[in-house]
Structures are given as structure tokens and as C-alpha cells.
Design a protein around this ligand. Structure first.
Ligand code: VG1
Ligand code: CO
Length: 544
């Protein structure tokens, strides 16, 4: 095997964000851009000689090109074996499972998740470690440092691997196994959930619609929901992964899944609607006449997890990202289990899951998951919901209402301002940060008194590492919160995320319209941060 050492020069913009390096496809298409980043990853790792690397992506445009490059470079850098999903496909949670199941050294997950794809869309590369989860900051920081000085990369002169052909091939001396992307994952789901109960639910006439958004979950959803669980053919919509997601925006929220939402609000509509994002790690859950906010979904799944066989002996603890509502905290409190608040991004859950301190994790951005893998998992959340509905023999709306009547309701919304001028956005957050010391104790209107105001800093209780500047948060004595942070996944300008939350007790009013319920906080956040005034925007780009 002739290893080639190719000269290159650094790019200044290869800093991994919340979840890997996400850029426009046109940026990734620059000479040596992919190679530089991959070599920087390999240079930041130790001890992989002869080991296994998992590679797979969400099938978006450029997936195939980057995978062939990655395979040749893995061979040149000394990996002994690569496991790659057929067609280059692996959903993010499936990739996490394959890494764990086959005891791989790590994996490359190629995705820009919910960002649009195609030649003018986005692409992304993320490295996951041997526990199946995204590399922690210690590694992503090292990768970034390496990208700044990289001057050579290693590859081999070998033909492309036939990605469509399941079975063993070689790239140079390295073994390449093309695997069925669905099989291992589907088998794992069968160990966690009561498939008989869900099958009986479908057999009884329960109707569901699942939108795979022309993205990666199509093959998984067809195989699990329709083939194994007996949901009628046609339950899964847009089930073939397309390189440009059919020109859609594979973000399962109420903007891009508006049609499904509308359908679920009609009497003729199905009983249950769900969707997942580009790489299959997010979930949208809508019951008949009831959209479940992701923060509520986390709390509900945690409270009911014991109804599924995989969690029948209970859960060890719950973790949520800081901006996620505190609904789950009330469940943890009642169950008497650990509760953790981490920075945004799944990489911060890995240590807690590995240490067995938490079983279920979630983020307000439509991500929920458990210790079965080390990524959030869209279909897992859907299956757990179905399992709960099947066992409780109640509809989603009824389950949600009972939950609020027991724990109270955390009204919650997120306002995104996308593609804002980065300088204005940075200054806006800095200015709000500067006000923080003066806020505690202050009253705003009749009900709002500031209890604390800070910039979230996380101390990892497992390895003692710290992560500062993870978002500005202003908490009030009644449990309300205003949180503001800059997105770490956008590819153009800056995205400001404003998160608002208000608690209403178990015997309080649970039927207010969300934006109305949060109006005083929306007004106050404008008064304090001045997003509209400073950006000139009249409204948020997306409200979830
Ligand atoms: C967003 C979400 C965050 C999520 C991340 C990756 O990050 O807010 O909760 O973990 O996307 O999700 P940010 O930095 O833009 O707020 V995924 O499905 O895009 O891999
Ligand atoms: Co995703």
C-alpha cells in the first residue's frame, strides 16, 4: 500500500461548533478542505492503529465524495478496518450504535443535520469517540488547533469502494465492510420497546403519519414502523433519502411540518404524527389536537419510561441542556433521582451517561435520547411515545394533560433570529452580559422579580472539566426564565436564540396560548436585550 503525503495549507475557519464542522457545500468543495479537517481529526487522536472506524452520513449532497476521501485517508493513517453503511448511509443514532456494538475506535458522522442540503446547501463532519458520542471539547479544541497549522495529509492511491455492495472489500490494505445501515439499529429498538403492544395498537386501528422529510430516517421508519410493527404502508411519508432532501428543509418543527400539524388538528386526521430531521436524531411529536413541546416530551418520556421493557426498573437520572425548560426537573424531583443541567449540544451528556448517572437526556431543540446510544435519537423517541400510548391506552392529549395536572405546566417558546450580522449579534450578547450583575433583586411589572442573572458555566461532575460562556440566563423568583445564546450550528452570519419559560402550577391555567402566556417575558427580553431594535427585525425568523 503506497501511502502518499500531500502538501496542504491551513484554512482559518475549521472550528467545530455545537455539533461538528458545518459549512456550505461550496466551502467544503475547496481544494483539500475535507482532507485538512480529517487529517486534523486523526492527528488529534492516539492509539487507533489497526482499529475500526465507522463512517456514515445522512446521504446529503457530497456525502459520497467525502466518504471515499475518508476511507482512503483512514487506510493511509493506519486504521485496520472501516465499517460503512450501504450507500454511505447511517443515521446519527445508528452510527452511534454501530460504533458501540462493533467496539469501534470511533466514527465519522457526515451531516449538517437539520440544515438544507444540495449543492447550495450545507455539509458537515463530526467525529464521535468510542462510546458512540460526539467528541468532547478536549478533542474538538485539539482538532481546531491542529487545523490552524496543518501542512500535510495522508492518503493512498486506491479506487473508490463500491458503497452499494454489502460485504467485505479492501482499500489498500485496510478492510472495508459495507453494512446494512438499518439492521443493528432495528434490533436494538426491539430490545427496548414492547413491539407486541405497539403492533396490537396499530392492529386496533390506531393511525399514524411519519414524515421522514426525504432524509435519513426513511429506511429506518419503513423497516421498523411498517415492516416490523405492522403500521399500514403509506404511514411513512417522504421515505427515500434524497441528496437535497427534495429541496426541503429537514427540520421537524411547526414551520416545516405545518401541513402535518394542520392535519392532526382535524377530526379526520390520524391519531399520531411524528417526524425526524436530516440525520435522524431529532423528533417531532404531535398527537390529535396536541403538539408536544420537546421540553414537555422529555419530562413525559422520563415520567413514563418504566412502561417500556428497556427501562422497566426505572431511570437513574435525567439531564437536559440549560435552555431546555425545567419540566423534567419536576419529574426528577418526584422520582427522587439525579437531575443535571448541561450546555447545549449532545457531547455534554456523554460523561453522565457513561457514568450511569443519567438514563434519559433531552434538549428543547427536539432532541431526546437515552443510554442506549450516545446521540439523541428521533425514532427512539417516537417508539417510546408509541409504547407509552399502547400501554396506557390513552391518547397523547390526555397523557399530556394528566402530566400538567400532576407536575404543573412550563409554558415554553424559542424565538430564533437567523442570519443576523455577526458583529451586531456578538455586541448584543456582550451588552446583555454586562447588565447581569445589576439585575438580581430587580422587579419588572407586578410579578417578575429577578432571582439570578448569569452566564452559564458548566462544571462536568464526572471529569471536572469546565465550559464557560454557555448562554446568558435570567431567572425569576416564580421560576420564569429568559435565556439568550448564539447558535453554534448556523453557517451564515449569526443566529440569536431567545428562550422563554414560565411555570404554571399543577392547579393553574394550562390552556393559554403559548405566545400569550409568555407575552410579559417576550416584552421584557426586548427591553433588556433589544434584539428587534438592534437587528431591525420585526419578528423572529422561526418561533418554536
Ligand atoms: C442546535 C440546537 C442544539 C443541538 C444542535 C445539534 O445547536 O440548539 O440543541 O444539540 O443544534 O443538533 P445551536 O448551537 O445551533 O443552538 V442537530 O440535530 O443539528 O445535530
Ligand atoms: Co440532527
Amino acid at each position: 500500500m503506497m501511502i502518499q503525503t500531500i502538501k496542504t495549507t491551513p484554512y482559518g475557519d475549521q472550528k467545530p461548533g455545537t455539533s461538528g464542522l458545518r459549512k456550505r457545500v461550496t466551502v467544503y468543495q475547496q481544494p483539500h478542505y475535507v482532507e485538512n479537517y480529517l487529517q486534523a481529526i486523526f492527528d488529534s487522536l492516539e492509539g487507533f492503529d489497526g482499529q475500526t472506524l465507522v463512517i456514515g452520513g445522512d446521504g446529503r449532497f457530497y456525502n459520497d465524495v467525502a466518504i471515499q476521501t475518508a476511507i482512503r485517508m483512514a487506510a493511509a493513517n493506519g486504521f485496520g478496518r472501516v465499517l460503512v453503511g450501504q450507500g454511505g448511509l447511517l443515521s446519527t443514532p445508528a452510527a452511534s450504535h454501530v460504533i458501540r456494538h462493533h467496539k469501534a475506535f470511533g466514527g465519522l458522522v457526515l451531516s449538517a443535520s437539520h440544515n438544507p442540503g444540495g449543492p447550495d446547501g450545507d455539509f458537515g463532519i463530526k467525529y464521535n469517540i468510542g462510546n458512540g458520542g460526539p467528541a468532547p471539547e478536549r478533542i474538538t479544541d485539539a482538532v481546531y488547533e491542529r487545523t490552524k497549522v496543518i501542512d500535510t495529509y495522508k492518503t493512498i492511491d486506491a479506487p473508490d469502494v463500491a458503497l452499494d455492495q454489502i460485504g467485505t472489500q479492501h482499500s489498500g490494505e485496510m478492510v472495508v465492510e459495507v453494512i446494512d445501515p438499518v439492521a443493528d439499529y432495528a434490533a436494538l429498538m426491539e430490545t427496548l420497546f414492547d413491539f407486541d403492544a405497539i403492533r396490537a395498537l396499530f392492529a386496533s386501528g390506531f393511525r399514524m403519519t411519519f414524515d421522514a422529510m426525504n432524509a435519513i430516517t426513511g429506511p429506518y421508519a419503513h423497516a421498523i414502523l411498517e415492516d416490523k410493527l405492522g403500521a399500514p404502508k403509506g404511514t411513512v411519508k417522504n421515505g427515500t433519502p434524497l441528496p437535497d432532501f427534495g429541496q426541503g428543509h429537514p427540520d421537524p418543527n411547526l414551520v416545516y411540518c405545518k401541513d402535518m400539524f394542520d392535519l392532526l388538528m382535524t377530526p379526520e386526521g390520524p391519531d399520531f404524527g411524528a417526524a425526524s430531521d436530516g440525520d435522524g436524531d431529532r423528533n417531532l411529536i404531535i398527537g390529535k389536537n396536541r403538539f408536544v413541546t420537546p421540553s414537555d416530551s422529555l419530562a413525559l418520556l422520563a415520567a413514563n419510561a418504566h412502561l417500556a421493557p428497556g427501562y422497566k426498573s426505572g431511570i437513574a437520572g435525567i439531564a437536559r441542556s440549560m435552555p431546555t425548560s425545567a419540566a423534567a426537573d419536576r419529574v426528577a424531583d418526584k422520582l427522587g433521582i439525579e437531575m443535571h443541567e448541561t450546555p447545549t449540544g449532545w457531547k455534554f451528556f456523554g460523561n453522565l451517561l457513561d457514568a450511569g448517572r443519567v438514563t434519559i437526556c433531552g434538549e428543547e431543540s427536539a432532541g431526546t435520547g437515552s443510554d442506549h446510544v450516545r446521540e439523541k435519537d428521533g425514532l427512539w423517541a417516537v417508539l417510546l411515545w408509541l409504547n407509552i400510548v399502547a400501554v396506557r391506552k390513552q391518547g397523547v392529549d390526555e397523557i399530556v394533560r394528566e402530566h400538567w395536572a400532576t407536575f404543573g405546566r412550563n409554558y415554553y417558546t424559542r424565538h430564533d433570529y437567523e442570519e443576523v450580522d455577526a458583529t451586531i449579534a456578538g455586541k448584543l450578547v456582550d451588552d446583555l452580559r454586562a447588565q447581569l450583575p445589576s439585575l438580581p433583586g430587580k422587579n419588572f411589572g407586578e410579578d417578575l422579580q429577578v432571582a439570578y442573572a448569569d452566564d452559564f458555566k458548566y462544571l462536568d461532575p464526572v471529569d471536572g472539566s469546565t465550559s464557560a460562556k454557555q448562554g446568558v440566563r435570567i431567572g425569576f423568583t416564580d421560576g420564569s426564565r429568559i435565556v439568550l445564546r448564539l447558535s453554534g450550528t448556523g453557517t451564515v452570519g449569526a443566529t440569536l436564540r431567545l428562550y422563554l419559560e414560565r411555570y404554571e402550577a399543577a392547579d393553574g391555567r394550562h390552556d393559554l396560548e403559548t405566545q400569550t402566556a409568555l407575552e410579559p417575558l417576550i416584552g421584557l427580553s426586548e427591553q433588556l436585550a433589544g434584539i428587534k431594535q438592534r437587528t431591525g427585525r420585526k419578528d423572529p425568523s422561526v418561533i418554536t
